[in-house]
Design a protein around this ligand. Structure first.
Ligand code: 1HN
Length: 342
């Protein structure tokens, strides 16, 4: 019979294993397989008034022709200086002055824009001009060419989100610059976007991209109209999912978008999910409790709901609308999505 190993003997054995590039599972089992997810980041609120004061300086100090994109990224300090908003996702605000053009490029990460103050701007996606009216969502799916232009007489700001941190973890980033001087890139109309504008109607003989939504622009007006007509869901909010009209599923395989209308004065039932969410306050004001943190928010503030934190929301002084971007579809595809309502 072997005598039980003493702690000292065991640690000597572990040291020898480590020196031989072997690790024992027994002394690190809990670390490798925690009993539940534990987000690195506490929830965080970025107030619009703290961001807005930098937008003017970004425009005057950073010429658009010198940079790929003029975006101010929202960072949670819990990631130790990494450019991350919450696990797998980043959010930002982009500023364009009249005449500014953000040159064409494409990449494997998925991105979206949500028009906060962008009337008069347009994003060209794969040869289709997508106008950016208040509350519009524009998709720039993986490897679709896109560029942005401000043809208005005023400064434009929109909200961006992308799954760059996820693609960095997977080391799956590819990037291709377009031709900054190619005038024909910008001289397009809405093109094939017309094929996807009518809910429930799809061209029988139209071939379309399988991996992501063939529709790139989702109108804010239509979203607000649907939010007003919907009944409340089990959590008490009215929620719209932006979907791929060809499949009924998420707009992109690893970026999944929602709009929610929170009823005045009512607290939604706490919900938690294995996916990560970033919420932009589109209109109204209120308060959210995420895990052990609570914060008051108003228009254009942004807050994160890191995975597996219960979150509940309350609109105050009227209904409030949130735009929510998440990595939910990635978790769905990996069969890792778990959701609980309290
Ligand atoms: C990005 O790629 C774009 O492609 C815009 O238009 C804003 C903000 C952060 C990270 C990537 C774009 C972005 C971004």
């Amino acid at each position: 019979m072997a005598t039980p190993a003493t702690a000292a003997k065991d640690s000597d054995f572990v040291a020898q294993l480590e020196a031989a590039n072997l690790h024992p599972l027994w002394d690190r089992f809990r670390k490798l397989t925690p009993v539940k997810p534990q987000a690195k980041d506490p929830p965080f609120l970025w107030r619009w008034k703290d961001i807005e004061r930098f937008t003017g300086r970004a425009v005057s100090e950073v010429p658009i022709d010198d940079v790929e994109r003029r975006a101010l990224i929202l960072v949670n300090p819990a990631f130790g200086g990494e450019t991350v908003t919450t696990n797998n996702l980043i959010a930002a605000f982009t500023v364009l002055d009249p005449g500014d053009r953000a040159r064409p490029h494409r990449h494997t990460f998925a991105a979206i824009r949500f028009a906060t103050k962008a009337d008069g701007a347009a994003t060209i996606v794969n040869g289709r001009r997508c106008e950016m009216k208040s509350g519009d969502l524009i998709l720039t799916p993986p490897m679709c060419w896109h560029g942005h232009i401000n043809e208005s007489d005023h400064r434009i700001i929109w909200f961006d989100a992308a799954n760059i941190p996820l693609l960095r973890t997977l080391d799956a980033n590819f990037f291709e610059p377009g031709d900054a001087k190619a005038n024909d890139f910008w001289q397009v109309d809405d093109g094939d976007e017309k094929l996807w504008g009518e809910a429930g109607l799809v061209g029988a003989d139209i071939d379309h991209a399988r991996a992501h939504s063939p529709k790139y622009r989702y109108s804010g007006e239509a979203t607000r109209r649907l939010l007003s007509s919907l009944p409340a869901g089990p959590d008490g909010a009215r929620t719209v999912r932006y979907t791929n009209p060809a499949t009924g599923g998420a707009v992109m395989p690893a970026l999944d978008c929602y709009a929610a209308r929170l009823p005045d004065g009512q607290t939604t039932r706490p919900k938690r999910t294995t996916c990560n969410m970033i919420c932009l306050v589109v209109s109204g004001q209120g308060r959210s409790t995420v895990g052990e943190h609570s914060f008051d928010w108003s228009q254009n503030d942004v807050f994160s709901i890191p995975h597996w934190n219960f979150a509940s929301h309350q609109a105050k002084g009227g209904d409030a609308d949130l735009f929510i971007v998440s990595d939910r579809s990635a978790f769905e595809r990996l069969d890792l999505l778990r959701e609980e309502l309290q």
